[in-house]
Design a protein around this ligand. Structure first.
Ligand code: NAG
Ligand code: NAG
Ligand code: NAG
Ligand code: NAG
Ligand code: NAG
Ligand code: NAG
Ligand code: NAG
Ligand code: NAG
Ligand code: NAG
Ligand code: NAG
Length: 439
């Protein structure tokens, strides 16, 4: 018994120390600065815009359950004063004003920005809708028309499968798991702000269609790229599974807080179970490094495979969100392992919130870049300085912050981690058993 108490106490103290692993506000500002510099492509701008809401302007984040949708059209004074939304609206303004210049004032269905991807420009759509809703630029910038043209482009101009799935590509029908983050959240939000229920329904329909094509029935993971004439990628791209889970969470929360919530009960439960399904499928592939490989089921030494901290961060963020918002706690211990590994330092972790230095971090460079990461512009290759990876770090930090605020539920709950090599999981189980025995 005495041995048990000492053993248990030392385990608990190490757990308590581990729980405090988190980045300071100063460090997150450094990571945010790299995000701002690196985000240039359509989906990078859209992902950055969403990230700004999740970290700094939570009144306008669909993950904030105390704000019903549509959100306030008058921006709260505190948010105006602290400028948190400035970079968010700057993205919308840059895109919409550039659109007018580059298209010579052409009106009608068109993407927000020229792109071979039919889906990625739509990721910027929520920022354009909010710029319109909150009356940015006093009516001098045509945000409403730009959003409408983007919507109509998706609905009318982009090729579709015979059953109606909107292509991820402009030139031909091809489905990518990434689509789920780029398009359905925009459709749903458009429906909310223009009082158009059918667009929320369309968001769910698109996800359902994509899931039918891309979800692998034996593993439960989503394939990356199918259909089309070339460049298929049937592998279980980890980031793609993260895009799908995160996009579904956004659509679900948009529905749940909307004026149409009680007319979409089965759709909301679909989305909740489809998020859970991805977590249940992919987390068993997490090995003792606590970092996913680029293709989750493949060995890190396989061709085109390597450890990828970007997808690891994205997925872990979705686990904290699912815990707080959907009561899904099973994979919280896995997300904790991932977060503590990505945010771990061999130096003494800083205690002052203003500390911005990043010394001794295995997965963040001293400049704040997440590493190692997949090349976001060539998904089979390892890269560096990835904009989306920076966004995923900030999203993970914000999701964890909100999970702590909500009481850190599920920290030690859930299934024992199922990868046999996982010694930390085994220790947790021993600690829990001892606690039960002692009390
Ligand atoms: C830093 O401040 C934030 C609030 O801005 C708080 O949630 C977080 O716990 C603080 N972190 C540290 C390491 O003190
Ligand atoms: C959040 O706000 C802080 C403080 O203004 C800023 O330094 C940081 O860049 C912001 N992060 C993002 C992702 O906008
Ligand atoms: C949600 O928004 C409200 C109102 O702006 C704000 O007071 C609150 O802190 C936000 N909650 C979270 C969890 O971000
Ligand atoms: C733009 O419109 C103006 C006026 O109609 C025309 O003179 C010009 O050639 C157009 N430019 C392009 C690039 O289409
Ligand atoms: C401006 O629009 C053109 C055409 O859509 C696009 O190629 C370019 O990347 C855009 N530039 C910026 C800064 O948005
Ligand atoms: C833009 O705002 C106006 C005025 O509030 C509103 O009537 C219109 O529906 C909005 N457009 C979109 C696409 O949200
Ligand atoms: C705004 O854009 C829409 C869609 O392209 C267009 O129909 C409308 O005429 C534009 N409004 C103004 C004032 O330019
Ligand atoms: C909702 O949006 C769709 C697509 O733009 C449109 O066809 C339909 O008329 C809209 N419904 C309402 C009620 O505005
Ligand atoms: C999964 O099963 C469903 C129903 O049998 C089928 O429609 C779908 O094509 C299958 N998905 C894949 C990716 O094989
Ligand atoms: C964090 O780093 C320390 C020091 O290198 C190491 O002992 C510990 O195992 C690491 N923890 C995780 C969760 O990676």
């Amino acid at each position: 018994m005495w041995v048990g108490v000492v053993f248990c106490a030392s385990l608990l103290s190490s757990l308590v120390i581990a729980v405090t692993v988190e980045l300071t506000d100063g460090q997150i500002d450094v990571v945010s600065a790299r995000l701002a510099e690196a985000a240039l492509q359509s989906w990078e701008l859209g992902t950055r815009a969403q990230t700004i809401l999740e970290l700094n302007a939570t009144t306008y984040s669909v993950f904030n359950t105390s704000v019903t949708l549509p959100p306030p059209s008058t921006i709260p004074a505190g948010l105006v004063a602290d400028g948190s939304l400035d970079p968010f609206f700057a993205i919308a303004k840059q895109i919409v004003t550039n659109r007018t210049v580059s298209n010579n004032n052409t009106v009608g269905p068109q993407p927000l920005i020229a792109d071979g991807s039919a889906a990625d420009p739509a990721s910027i759509g929520v920022s354009v809708l909010l710029a319109n809703l909150t009356g940015q630029d006093g009516g001098q910038v045509n945000y409403s028309g730009a959003a409408t043209d983007q919507l109509n482009f998706l609905l009318e101009k982009v090729p579709k499968t015979s059953d109606g799935a909107i292509s991820h590509r402009v030139s031909e029908v091809q489905l990518w798991s990434d689509f789920i983050y780029m398009v359905p959240p925009f459709l749903a939000y458009y429906g909310v702000v223009t009082q158009n229920r059918s667009l929320l329904e369309e968001a769910h329909t698109q996800i359902s269609l994509y899931r039918n094509y891309l979800r692998d029935n034996s593993t439960g993971m989503w394939k990356h790229v199918l259909l089309g004439s070339a460049d298929n990628d049937p592998g279980f791209w980890s980031t793609g599974n993260g895009w799908a889970a995160a996009g579904m969470l956004r659509v679900l929360m948009t529905m749940q807080q909307s004026q149409y919530a009680n007319t979409f009960t089965s759709e909301q439960s679909d989305l909740a179970s489809w998020v859970a399904e991805i977590h249940a499928a992919i987390y068993p592939h997490l090995d003792t490094t606590n970092v996913f490989t680029n293709y989750a089921d493949q060995d890190p030494s396989a061709t085109g495979n390597f450890y990828d901290a970007a997808s690891t961060a994205l997925l872990a963020g979705t686990v904290y969100r699912a815990s707080v918002l959907l009561g899904q706690h099973t994979y919280v211990p896995f997300a904790e392992r991932c977060r503590k590994t990505l945010f771990n330092t061999t130096s003494a972790a800083p205690t002052a919130n203003g500390t911005a230095t990043l010394a001794g971090y295995q997965h963040l460079t001293t400049d704040g870049w997440l590493t190692p990461v997949v090349n976001p512009h060539s998904y089979g290759l390892e890269g560096s300085e990835s904009a989306e990876a920076q966004a995923f770090v900030v999203q993970l930090h914000a999701a964890h912050r909100d999970w702590v605020l909500a009481g850190s539920v599920g920290q030690q709950s859930g299934a024992a981690p199922s990868v046999a090599r996982d010694s930390s999981g085994a220790l947790l189980a021993v600690a829990a058993a001892l606690l039960l025995y002692l009390y």
